[in-house]
Design a protein around this ligand. Structure first.
Ligand code: 13P
Ligand code: SF4
Length: 363
């Protein structure tokens, strides 16, 4: 397999890097609230959103209270591609992005005139950390004949070095298209998603070496054991999971694709290999089904990242009030950088729109 580990980035590997641990130490989760406290915070946030002409956009991995709040206030809950689209299309003056930093940056790049704020600016992603722009640029410069495709889970500076940005919901289709027209590809940063695409499309891909600390912990052996307990269960996995997990999955897809599959599959038992925040939506769309968290290496009681992204968990109701009331935690991306990063992002949105038309038989 063609996994690239430039010597200079060897120490940046997501799962064992000091820096990731340092970031994790800062990822403080908030204490559980009583229902009265929670209701009063929610009421305050609703008032603030209205008063400030702001919309809340939340990822499926965030706390259920934030997901509900986004939907109750005509905001949006979705996967990273849909969040980007909603942010661009909405006419709100302020977007509050409940997710991780790259999602806020993407929103800012796509909507330069809107004010983008986040409950916390500390919420990052192990993939983003493990792909520093200066080192990535050197890597790209060493392979000038290759088209650079980067995952959305990267900084604005890395996006600015790329030809295409993709999210997990469209990565396969974009690479397939590029491969069909004879392009050789550099892929970064997620090695598992990269290997999966490479295997599925046969594309000529050089892979950066990084991983998601949450998905990397899912274990195929544990899932097989679980299948003995739930013999009729379907297995749904996010493509950031390791190859052995993807091989036994019935469906591999982005968070939205997992939700759609959970609804449409006939199985009543469903083993899910992604962040447990998604269970809120899964339970809503198929209340009669049983959803089971895929096993990870660690012990649920002590492990910080087992099926639970520590950075997504930093988005709390109190942090939301603080940033909305004060207008703090604003995402800023320099004008030139934003313009450069906009090009590959817009390509993805155009490609996605074109795919939709084809699916609907209009093109
Ligand atoms: P989606 O694009 O599927 O929402 O995934 C984003 C992500 O960070 C998964 O870990
Ligand atoms: Fe990044 Fe993984 Fe968290 Fe997604 S779940 S934001 S890929 S660390």
């Amino acid at each position: 397999m063609n996994i690239t580990k430039p010597a200079s980035t060897k120490d940046n590997l997501a799962s064992d890097h000091e820096v990731v641990r340092e970031f994790l130490d800062r990822a403080k989760t908030s204490a559980a609230l009583g229902s009265q406290d929670q209701d009063s915070l929610i009421a305050r946030i609703k008032n603030l959103l209205k008063a400030k002409n702001a919309k809340l956009v939340a990822h499926y991995y965030t706390d259920p209270s934030l997901q509900d709040l986004a939907e109750d206030t005509n905001g949006f809950v979705g996967d990273s591609l849909e969040m980007a689209r909603f942010g661009k299309d909405t006419d709100a003056e302020i977007l509050v992005v409940a997710g991780v930093r790259f999602m806020g940056e993407t929103a800012k790049i796509l909507s330069p005139t809107k004010k983008i704020i986040m409950p916390t600016l500390e919420a990052t992603c192990s993939l983003d950390i493990a792909c520093p722009a200066d080192q990535f640029k050197k890597f790209c410069d060493a392979h000038p004949d290759r088209t650079v495709v980067v995952y959305a889970n990267t900084s604005a500076a890395v996006k600015a070095c790329s030809d295409w940005v993709v999210t997990s919901s469209i990565a396969l289709e974009v690479v397939e298209h590029l491969s069909e027209i004879g392009e050789k590809i550099i892929w970064a940063p997620d090695k598992h998603l990269g290997s999966y695409i490479k295997k599925s499309t046969g594309a000529d891909m050089l892979l950066w070496d990084a991983a998601c600390i949450v998905h990397e912990e899912f274990k195929s052996r544990g899932i097989r054991e679980m299948q003995k307990i739930y013999p009729s269960a379907a297995v749904l996995a996010h493509p950031e999971s390791p190859e052995a997990v993807l091989e036994i999955a019935d469906v591999v897809g982005s968070t939205t694709q997992i939700i759609k599959a959970a609804k449409n599959l006939p199985n009543n038992d469903i083993i899910v290999a992604t962040d447990r925040g998604i269970f809120h939506k899964l339970q809503q769309i198929a209340p009669h089904k049983r959803f089971i968290v895929a096993p990870t290496a660690g012990n649920d009681a002590t492990c910080r990242s087992c099926a639970n992204c520590p950075w997504m968990s930093m988005n709390s109701l109190q942090a939301m009030i603080d940033c909305l009331a004060e207008g703090t935690n604003e995402i800023r991306v320099g004008k030139d950088l934003a313009q450069q990063a906009m090009v590959p992002l817009q390509k993805m949105l155009d490609f996605a729109a074109d795919q939709q038309l084809k699916v609907r038989g209009k093109a």
